[in-house]
Design a binder for this molecule. Sequence first.
Ligand code: SF4
Ligand code: SF4
Length: 171
Amino acid sequence: MRLPRSSSLEAIPSVSGQTVFNTDVLPRVETKHAIPCLRCGECCRRYQVRLDLAEGQRIAGELGLTGEDFRNRYADRRWPGESSLLVRQEQGCCPFLKRSGEDGDELCGIHSFKPLCCREWTPGLDRRECQAGLARRWGITVDSSGELKGPDERIRDLRLFMDSLASDRRI
Ligand code: SF4
Ligand code: SF4
């Protein structure tokens, strides 16, 4: 079943002290400085995904699992909600995040059917998650106006990388 797109996104504290996506309440957060996803995986470490039961069932089906098997394998048992489930983390990140190749790109392993909140998340230079990934992987920072700060060579390489990713939204 294809779920209707939500135009809203909320971040709320999770039971583990991290943050949880909630697609029901607050207006979607827009980014002022959109970029292609740089595949750092930071957002998939910092957030846990919350699924309503229908979306959990949809993803279970895509994985060839029953709803019960999906919950047993992927649900965070600390989540008290009954009308939704929280995807647990493994080794500090979403269990569907996959490392790819020698360059260490981190990509969504269920990209073609990933949760709505992940599909609606847009990368941007004003997002602290993307900034953290830039600093960790590229040694580049971003000032308050969205300007890249770092060695010219690194910034040039990053811009080339961004150009190569412009039409690729695999995470
Ligand atoms: S489902 Fe995919 S995009 Fe969403 S948090 Fe997990 S790895 Fe990241
Ligand atoms: S670049 Fe941004 S959206 Fe892409 S994985 Fe990193 S934090 Fe997430």
